[in-house]
Design a protein around this ligand. Structure first.
Ligand SMILES: [Fe+2]
Length: 244
């Protein structure tokens, strides 16, 4: 299945010490969702893998040549599926999960344990000073950890913005992508996720304001077209439903 982001499972440099990997599509509620991982090389050479895509041996070899795979991040309750495969290949790597991930994995019978739960308002020591970190508050279900790689001025989101391009999705998915708010170029927070923030938009707004305050230049997202420039304007556009 083509995703529109080929080649897949290869490192694509997007800035200093930061790469993306476009992975194969997964099925989510029957829909094909393209996947994307972000890789950051920390100053000590350690590699930080955010929302790992499916394990791939040649990709693993490319990473080994670049540094030590040290940190595997499951940034929200849905994005943990491939962490175990990467941990198996890199047993010395530490695993980190957003709040709710461990519970969700257990409820689905997935055997995975995490070394750390990601802190809500402070980066882990291992990447402090290089990557900012915050768990977005306000949702009853979706607790997503978001990151900002200072050196490349890149905001790393997962599902908070989804931005599917019409030419990359089946016709039947196009029909509801727009009402679901996830159709490029105006991809935003999906409608169903928005409902989990109902009555608590003030907390979401605060998180968006913090992200804007980081003054990012680009935004990586897991699904659909990411934003290689104009990040602050894109945040204002995508979160206009919550900003004043
Ligand atoms: Fe996702």
């Amino acid at each position: 299945m083509e995703t529109g982001y080929e080649p897949l499972n290869v490192l694509k440099p997007i800035g200093p010490d930061i790469w993306i990997v476009d992975g194969p599509a997964i099925r989510f509620y029957g829909m094909p969702f393209s996947t994307r991982m972000t890789v950051v090389r920390l100053q000590n050479g350690d590699l930080w893998l955010h929302s790992p895509t499916v394990f791939d041996e040649s990709l693993a070899a490319a990473l080994r040549a670049m540094g030590q795979v040290s940190h595997l991040i499951a940034p929200n309750w849905i994005h943990y599926a491939y962490v175990a495969e990467w941990k198996e290949a890199f047993p010395e790597a530490l695993t980190y999960a957003a709040p709710g991930v461990a519970k969700r994995a257990k409820s689905r019978g997935v055997q995975i344990s995490f070394d750390h739960e990601l802190r809500a308002a402070q980066a882990e020591e291992a990447w402090q000073g290089e990557i900012e970190q915050m768990v977005v508050q306000g949702s009853r279900i979706h607790h997503e950890a978001v990151f900002f790689h200072t050196r490349s001025r890149t905001l790393v989101l997962t599902d908070l913005i989804e931005n599917f391009e019409a030419q990359n999705i089946p016709w039947w998915m196009r029909l509801f992508a727009k009402p679901a708010h996830i159709l490029a170029p105006d991809g935003q927070m999906p409608r169903d996720m928005r409902m989990t923030f109902r009555g608590r938009y003030n907390r979401l707004r605060k998180a968006v304001e913090t992200m804007i305050g980081w003054a990012p230049e680009r935004i990586i997202i897991a699904h659909g077209r990411w934003f290689d420039s104009g990040a602050v304007a894109e945040l204002r556009r995508a979160f206009r439903f919550v900003l004043k």
